[in-house]
Ligand binder design. Structure first.
Ligand SMILES: Cc1cc2nc3c(=O)[nH]c(=O)nc-3n(C[C@H](O)[C@H](O)[C@H](O)COP(=O)(O)OP(=O)(O)OC[C@H]3O[C@@H](n4cnc5c(N)ncnc54)[C@H](O)[C@@H]3O)c2cc1C
Length: 474
């Protein structure tokens, strides 16, 4: 049983199949070689370490660990152990699809029975197509017409009654040998924040559906409210399946008086599906603009200083800085703030979306090739069903609207904690005596804005106009 992005026992179709066959050898392979530029990022490696530790515990210390080229490792293992079959749940990143197809055919040639299952998505991407058999490019018809009118997501499958782990000895590495933990001590706050286990994923889902789902539709917009599920890393690593989340929320929906909240939550799970769907049908999603006219976009040059200020949360815009520091310190950022910081980078600073995507890849514990690429393309306006480019989030008005008293800002930008609500969103506008009383020197304790919002908006719109030029006019 080859575990990949399904680090759980519950609702795991490949595990059920393996256990039905008899004794199993559960394995995990850290395959950085095939991943190439999509090697798992720093924060996700930290998460993976703990998720593997938890899975190993659940398997009575029976999980075998390997590092390197998956094909060679699997082939050797099959030889050494005399395994008759290899099973896994499918992954949808282009590099994994290509690798897995090769592995499948090589192992079959070796005489093994190789089976793969769907353990990560509610609907297989190739099953949802328009009437003309082409893929959808717009979310609402994809989800409403393509998914919801198709067969409902299957019910979760129970944990196998008996998981009989083979005693065959192999050359498993120790978890430490995978070197997944950071060398420097930046995971302190992350350790305090997250409980990385399959059981914790279920507890969080239960809490969410009993309490926070009730007001999800509205509450999900406010970064300081508890209404979002924070299930994304558990879903990415497969510590909980989307089927479990879908059905448990739907069942609890009977008690949720605000029906629209349930509908909104299910459609967010739908966005996760849609991102995977886009990545499957448009495998260049992580690198190429889906709308080719954006290839002409005149990104700013010499942006190193701006990029660094953004990455470190030193832009002088409190909501942007709070978001970037939340990301760096906890491995997570609230969705609304992801949209605000993304828009600020791509539109106000005119930095290519690839740079934002890369930083998120390294810093997010939920870094997911499909959701991250699709979301960055959405923010940049070049995606399939993207926010129009001219919709530029204003970080001051977003902050006034969604963090009115600045509770979120005060938490992640403590140097502004003593400012009155009125000035927390744009501290440089505060009179000097108020700044002094709050202990804030602009340009000293807290940076002055690195760019003017109005001017940079005009600059972005002028840059955008270039994408409307026909290639023949260049
Ligand atoms: C620039 C940018 C980058 C992003 N990168 C990632 C990423 O690498 N990995 C990732 O999982 N999400 C990403 N998202 C989407 C979204 O921000 C997160 O999924 C969400 O904030 C996770 O928090 P949650 O679990 O509390 O979400 P909830 O609001 O509780 O939603 C439930 C689940 O639905 C899915 N979901 C929600 N919103 C989206 C969305 N817009 N797109 C795809 N799936 C969604 C997630 O699996 C999430 O766990 C990104 C968004 C932006 C704007």
């Amino acid at each position: 049983m080859w575990f990949r992005q399904d680090l759980r026992l519950a609702d795991n179709p490949a595990l059920v199949d393996a256990c039905d066959r008899g004794e199993i050898i559960p394995i995990y392979i850290l395959d950085d070689e095939n991943a190439d530029s999509w090697k798992i990022g720093g924060a996700s490696r930290w998460w993976l370490h703990h998720a593997l530790e938890d899975l190993n515990r659940s398997l009575n210390q029976g999980l075998q660990l390997y590092k390197g080229e998956a094909s060679a490792i699997l082939s050797d293992l099959a030889h050494q152990t005399g395994a008759e079959a290899i099973v896994w749940n499918r992954c949808y990143e282009p590099w994994r699809i290509a690798r897995d197809a090769k592995i499948k055919s090589a192992l079959k040639d070796q005489g093994l029975d190789v089976q793969s299952f769907n353990g990560s998505l509610l609907w297989e991407p190739w099953q949802v197509l328009k009437k003309d058999s082409t893929p959808y490019k717009v979310f609402t018809p994809y989800f409403r017409r393509g998914c919801l009118s198709a067969i409902a997501p299957r019910q979760p499958i129970p944990i196998p009654g008996r998981i009989n782990i083979s005693k065959t000895s192999t050359h498993s590495l120790r978890l430490e040998d995978l070197s997944l933990l950071p060398k420097i001590n930046w995971d302190e706050e992350m350790n305090a924040r997250w409980d990385i286990s399959e059981a914790a994923a279920h507890t969080r889902l239960d809490e969410f559906v009993m309490d926070d789902l009730q007001d999800y539709r509205e509450g999900r917009n406010f970064p300081n409210k508890p209404n979002v599920s924070r299930l994304s890393p558990y879903l990415h690593f497969g510590q909980i399946s989307p089927n479990i989340a879908w059905h448990r929320a739907s069942e609890a929906g009977a008690f949720v008086t605000n029906e629209q909240s349930l509908d909104t939550f299910l459609s967010e799970l739908g966005w996760r599906e849609f991102s995977n769907y886009l990545l499957y049908h448009f495998p260049k999603l992580p690198t190429d603009n889906l709308q080719a006219r954006f290839d002409l976009f005149p990104w700013a040059e010499n942006t190193d200083a701006d990029l660094k200020a953004w990455q470190r949360g030193n832009t002088g815009y409190p909501l942007v800085d709070a978001g970037m520091r939340e990301l760096y310190n906890t491995g997570y950022m609230h969705n609304r703030v992801r949209m605000v910081v993304g828009s600020f980078l791509v539109k106000n600073l005119l930095v290519h979306w690839h740079h934002g995507e890369r930083w998120f890849w390294d810093c997010l514990v939920d870094a997911d090739l499909a959701s991250n690429s699709a979301s960055w393309q959405w923010i940049a306006g070049c995606g399939a069903d993207a926010a129009p480019f001219f919709r530029i989030f204003n970080p001051i008005t977003q902050s006034e609207k969604f963090d009115k008293q600045g509770a979120y800002i005060r938490r992640y930008v403590p140097e502004l904690a003593n400012l009155p609500d009125k000035y927390i969103h744009a501290p440089w506008l505060a009179p000097s005596e108020i700044l002094m009383a709050a202990g804030v020197g602009i340009g000293i304790e807290y940076p002055a804005p690195i760019i003017d919002i109005k001017e940079s908006r005009e600059r972005a719109l002028a840059a955008f106009a270039v994408t409307k030029v026909q290639p023949s006019e260049i």
